[in-house]
Every structure is written in C-alpha cells, then in structure tokens.
Design a protein around this ligand. Structure first.
Ligand code: ATP
Ligand code: MG
Length: 152
C-alpha cells in the first residue's frame, strides 16, 4: 500500500469491510496509531474486527468499548481499542492514562478521536469510512498515513 498517497477501497458488505481491514493491517507496525473516522454506525467497529482478525484475535471480543473507553485485545500483537464518543473533555483522557498507551508496543485504534488528536504527535494512520449511494451496505473507505508537519 502506498501510504503517502493513501488508498481508496469500496465495500459493499460487512464481510468486505472486514477483508479490507485485514489487507490494511498488513501495513501496520508495533506502536502504530490508527484513527477511524466516520458517522454513527458507519462500520468503524467492524473495521476494527478485521484488524483484530489479522492479528489472530477473535472477532467476538471486539465490541464497541463505549462504556469502558478502551478495550485491550491480545493476539499476535496487542490492540488497544478506544471509543471516545462519550468523553467530554481531554482531562478524562489523562485520567485513563491515554498518553501511556501511545508509547506501548501494541497498536492503538481510536474511534471518535477528536479529543485525542492533540495527544497524538507522531505519525498516525487515518481511516475514513463513509456511506456511499450504491445501496445501504455500501461504504467508501479511505486509508492514509498522516505525518506531523515539521517546518524545515
Ligand atoms: N459495508 C459495511 N461495512 C460495515 N458495516 C456495515 C456495512 N454494511 C452494513 N453495515 C452495518 O452497519 C453497522 C456498523 O456498525 P459498527 O458498530 O461497526 O459501526 P460504528 O461506526 O463502529 O458505530 P458507532 O458510531 O456506534 O461506533 C452494523 O450494523 C453493520 O452490520
Ligand atoms: Mg463503534
């Protein structure tokens, strides 16, 4: 995958979204951060299930961690799955030790990342999922690697 330009995928089913996530997961390295953006119920957690499957984590373990804020899944690599939808301020992120997760060897996956963006200073992956108008299950998925701009 050419990470600098990003990559467009098209999904027409849950299964395809999971397969796309598995393909993308091949590009991931320990310590990476993946932000998943997209409206309510668009498929962010199902995409995460695909990432988990690639790392030999049972998909059933992967649930929206709305109440816990973060779930930890152990497979070939550890995934830290965040859902920040209910968070009200960045101080709540400090309370759960969010920054420490970013330095762990595992991979952080963040749904509803807005409140966390100021903490994520290194490179990160951005996955955008949108509904598209080819039917109720169709989704456009765009994946890119974002890098912090350091003025020369
Ligand atoms: N192509 C598709 N890819 C993913 N999910 C799909 C697709 N088509 C239909 N769906 C359905 O959309 C829903 C997606 O749910 P999911 O929990 O993954 O979304 P989400 O973006 O994580 O939601 P939330 O905003 O609540 O976190 C599921 O009910 C799933 O069956
Ligand atoms: Mg979700």
């Amino acid at each position: 995958m050419d990470s600098s330009l990003g990559h467009n995928f098209f999904s027409s089913s849950v299964e395809q979204t999971i397969d796309i996530a598995k393909e993308f997961a091949q590009s991931l390295q320990p310590n990476d951060v993946v932000i998943i953006q997209g409206g309510l119920g668009v498929g962010k957690t199902h995409f995460t299930k695909g990432l988990a499957a690639y790392f030999k984590i049972k998909q059933e373990q992967v649930q929206s961690p709305t109440y816990a804020v973060v779930h930890e899944y152990v497979g070939q690599i550890t995934l830290y799955h965040f859902d920040l939808y209910r968070l009200k301020s960045p101080s709540e992120l400090q309370e759960i030790g969010f920054e420490e997760y970013l330095y762990k060897e595992g991979i952080c996956i963040i749904e509803w990342p807005e409140l966390a963006l100021s903490f994520v200073s290194d490179d990160w992956w951005v996955v955008d999922i949108e509904r598209s108008n080819n039917g109720p299950e169709s989704r456009a998925i765009h994946v890119r690697k974002k890098q912090t701009y350091v003025p020369g």
